[in-house]
Design a protein around this ligand. Structure first.
Ligand SMILES: [Zn+2]
Length: 193
């Protein structure tokens, strides 16, 4: 940031008294502008039609990762709960109506200052359609999932954990809750590194 959102004067990086790390501090009104991680919240919308379980994915119509597939997810808004954010993002990006289940993954993406949360979800019906941030919305079985065209490491991790838990469920287990740290970006087609 360059300018104070309170008075529009320039800000400078400084360690405020009693603090231990640099913050943007206004050179005029002394306002301290703290920057903290953002929450990205989404769902894993599932349809179990004719015996085969399928997951709803959205093809991104926006950067970053235009044209790559993602679970419906987005930045949490003020004054909403994480569950409300998951339902809202699923409606906005996939036009899908879900019944929300348990929180499934909590993924720290510390290097981009984000925490990603994904909830299990069941599609109420098959009436979905791409929102303005999606090119397409489509149901995929496990073998149909475009693993090489997934938008973000948190999407891949969440889907891998989801299908791993499905295997456990066939052996009498149930869905778990999974907390992971995404330490560095995956190697993916179209992504540096
Ligand atoms: Zn100021």
């Amino acid at each position: 940031m360059k300018f104070c959102s309170e008075c529009a004067h320039p800000v400078a990086l400084a360690i405020p008294e009693g603090d231990n790390r640099p913050r943007y501090v206004c050179t005029h009104c002394d306002a301290i502008h703290y920057q903290n991680p953002k929450l990205v919240v989404g769902s894993i919308p599932v349809w179990e039609g004719d015996g085969e379980l399928k997951v709803l994915l959205c093809k991104r119509a926006i950067e970053p990762r235009y044209g790559y597939w993602t679970l419906p997810a987005g930045f949490m808004e003020n004054a909403e709960t994480t569950a409300e954010a998951a339902v809202r993002e699923t409606e906005e990006e996939a036009g899908a109506h879900i019944e929300l289940g348990q929180l499934f993954t909590l993924l720290n993406v510390a290097h981009v200052h984000q925490v990603h949360l994904f909830y299990l979800a069941r599609l109420r019906d098959l009436e979905f359609a791409p929102g303005i941030e999606s090119l397409e919305v489509q149901l995929f079985s496990e073998r149909e999932i475009p693993w090489d065209e997934l938008a973000f490491p948190t999407i891949r991790t969440t889907l891998e954990l989801f299908f791993a838990d499905r295997v456990k469920m066939r052996e009498g287990g149930s869905y778990g809750f999974h907390s992971h740290d995404i330490v560095r970006p995956m190697r993916m087609a179209g992504a540096p590194g």
